[in-house]
Design a protein around this ligand. Structure first.
Ligand code: ADP
Ligand code: MG
Length: 650
């Protein structure tokens, strides 16, 4: 194997690691941090280590474990393994375990001293996910209790001062990546259609530049699929003699086998173009790339105070993201980077993206702190403290969900919410359902909502065909909305006799088979990793004394559906809207105008009031996953909420 840049600092790293509790390691993407550092540490202590390496992304945790098991010629799941939600490929003997940051946080909350590990490596710290940020705060305290614990914080961006300062001046070690010059090109004027510009640039590179693969960055799945299709069309009409061009998409919702394709070398006289989200920016390394096309945007989760929701928005990237993207072209040889924006636009970019904690809902982190016994959340060890307003709004939300009491202490309900692996509002829904004796059907729907990318967007060419296949399920919902449609899907899926039938059906209706099997998964003995089992066992423990029977079988379907929607209302009060003329709605919480998304089963209908679980903004504001609700339910469940809000806006 090639010598990786990280080898240059191995001795230095070992020294710092042995001497200090905390070491910060900064190194360019591809320099060998994620795959090599755990192996160095293990060798250093003659295999007597238990190392946890966190990753913000599931895909990265899985791929890294596979790669390192390969490198060490061991069976995955033995010495080297991974743990992500729904999947545990590790054992008690595992020495290097890759896990998502969320999994480590859970372990921390369950077994507060993380005694099963000797070293924790927080990888991709520059991504600044809420969970990694929280882990840093908790670990800082834990290090005082566990003197033999070592921590390594790894980051792909130079800006490591913040981490060093936070850990009382921890030493920072820099590893210089192998870096070849990358020539950079800007547009002379902005383009309208970024997908089209990406495709044209790719074709131009292909026609005029020496061999070497292309990596293009676009914001999301839709754009990426569109670009891949356009390229595939154009490839047909390439003149004879021009080498083949193979276009591959890469985004989180892609089935794993397809994700792996981007790592395969293409044989013969061919060029590969990978069109990816920011997933390929730092956490995955693809070799062979010489050309980068940077579309200049990415999707980020943003908390919208006005709507009381997190939503995914397409935003300009930061200079730091642009530098990372450009760097992908110069890993193995000199490269070129085509920025699909002007130089002036580049200088207008922020230097860093804001950390998640500054832009997202902090209800979950606050509840986590309360569970860990932190009473003064404002004064906690924040790597970066969210704004007071954000903390206050989270406290209000948790209070409304009855997770906190009048004194701001965590309630019994709150404790349950905090350990359920769900956002607090979904936990509230589930707990209410449990009380009503309809946990089973609600659990089906909650499982669906807690899994990303379950219902896939068909390609425009296929939309009608897919819609036809979905229609019976929509009709069967009797106009009661998308939550009921979701449940119909799950029930149908469950009745199918074999996994091949299930796969086939998922393909027809454009539902992700992988995601659906996660909804359904009954895992063996791994209740911690399995949301459904976990929730079920939690609820069972709950009802040990008060035997709560399943009432859902006794209720008629429409009564049951109404009750289901009412459960959801307890968690999604803030996501309700009243009708306006012209099939538009006004949100009760913020007075915003909102429309029902065309993908909804109640699109085009005129309802008095709606509840939605998702908000997106494209050309206008859309409510997705919509259920009609009765004003009377709102009045019953949240009289104060309704009277105050409507009075305020009339
Ligand atoms: P870093 O964490 O510093 O970004 P990694 O440890 O992930 O770097 O990767 C180091 C090198 O190992 C990469 O440059 C690449 O050459 C190789 N590598 C890592 N993962 C894979 C993989 N799945 N397939 C092929 N090569 C890989
Ligand atoms: Mg890495």
């Amino acid at each position: 194997m090639q010598r990786l840049p990280i080898s240059e600092v191995r001795t230095d790293l070992e020294k710092k690691f042995s001497r200090n509790h905390v070491t910060i390691l900064v190194g360019e993407t591809g320099s060998g941090k994620s795959t090599q550092v755990p192996q160095f540490i293990l060798a250093l202590n003659n295999g007597k280590e238990k190392i946890a390496v966190t990753q913000p992304r599931r895909v990265a945790a899985i791929n890294l474990a596979k790669r390192v098991a390969d490198e060490t010629k061991t069976t995955l799941g033995q010495d080297v393994g991974y743990t992500v939600r729904f999947q545990n490929m590790s054992s008690a003997k595992t020495k290097i375990k890759y896990l998502t940051d969320g999994m480590l946080l859970r372990e921390l909350l369950l077994r507060t001293n993380l005694d099963q590990y000797t070293t924790i490596i927080l990888d991709e710290a520059h991504e600044r996910t809420i969970i990694t940020d929280l882990l840093m705060g908790f670990l800082k305290t834990l290090l005082q209790r566990r003197k033999n614990l070592r921590l390594i914080v790894m980051s792909a961006t130079i800006d490591a001062d913040k981490f060093s300062r936070f850990f009382d001046g921890a030493e920072v070690l820099y590893v210089q990546g192998r870096r070849f010059p990358v020539q950079r090109y800007y547009l002379s004027k902005p383009v309208e259609d970024i997908v089209d510009a990406t495709v044209r640039t790719a074709i131009q590179i292909h026609a005029s530049e020496p061999m070497g693969d292309i990596l293009a960055f676009l914001a999301g799945q839709e754009d990426i699929d569109k670009a891949v299709d356009m390229l595939n069309d154009m490839i047909q009409s390439l003149p004879k003699g021009v080498p083949d061009l193979i276009a591959l998409p890469l985004y989180a919702a892609l089935p794993p086998q397809q994700q792996l394709k981007v790592f395969e070398k293409v044989a013969g006289n061919k060029r590969k173009i990978i069109i990816a989200t920011n997933i390929a920016e730092t956490s995955l390394t693809i070799s062979g790339v010489r050309y980068v096309i940077d579309g200049g945007t990415h999707k980020v989760k943003v908390w919208r105070h006005d709507l009381g929701l997190d939503s995914l928005l397409t935003m300009p990237i930061s200079k730091s993201n642009a530098a990372q993207r450009m760097g992908r072209a110069g890993r193995e040889a000199a490269g070129k980077c085509y920025r699909l924006y002007t130089e002036t636009d580049y200088y207008g970019l922020k230097s860093q993206s804001e950390p998640e904690i500054e832009r997202c809902d902090v209800a979950f982190p606050i509840l986590t702190l309360k569970l860990a016994g932190v009473s003064d959340v404002l004064g906690w060890n924040w790597l970066e403290r969210p704004s007071k307003a954000a903390i206050m709004s989270a406290l209000m939300q948790l209070y409304a969900l009855k997770a906190l009491d009048d004194e701001g202490q965590i309630t019994e309900v709150g404790k349950k919410m905090a350990v359920l692996p769900l956002p607090p509002n979904l936990s509230a829904v589930l707990l209410d359902a449990h009380q009503k004796g309809i946990a089973d059907p609600v659990l089906d729907i909650v499982s669906c909502l807690s899994i990303e990318n379950l219902i896939m967007n068909p390609h425009p060419d296929k939309r009608d065909e897919v819609y036809e296949k979905r229609l019976p399920f929509i009709t069967a919902s009797g106009g009661m909305g998308d939550l009921v449609v979701l449940r119909n899907y799950v029930q149908h899926y469950r009745r199918l006799p074999s996994s091949s039938d299930r796969k086939e059906w998922c393909k027809e209706v454009y539902i992700s088979y992988r995601a659906m099997s996660n909804v359904e998964k009954v895992s063996i003995n791994q209740s911690e990793q399995d949301i459904r089992n976990q929730l079920e066992s939690y609820l069972k423990a709950e009802s040990a004394n008060i035997h709560s029977e399943d009432k859902s079988v006794q209720l008629g379907p429409s009564v049951l559906n109404e009750q289901i929607i009412q459960c959801f209302l307890t968690g999604f009060l803030a996501n309700t809207a009243l009708s306006l003329p012209g099939k538009m709605y006004r949100t009760i919480a913020g007075g915003q105008t909102i429309n029902i998304h065309p993908s909804s089963s109640v699109f085009g209908k005129n309802e008095d009031a709606i509840m939605y679980t998702e908000y997106i903004f494209t050309t206008k504001a859309y409510a997705r996953n919509v259920s009609p609700i009765d004003l009377e339910w709102l009045q019953r469940i949240a009289p104060h909420f309704l009277s105050r809000r409507t009075a305020g806006h009339d």
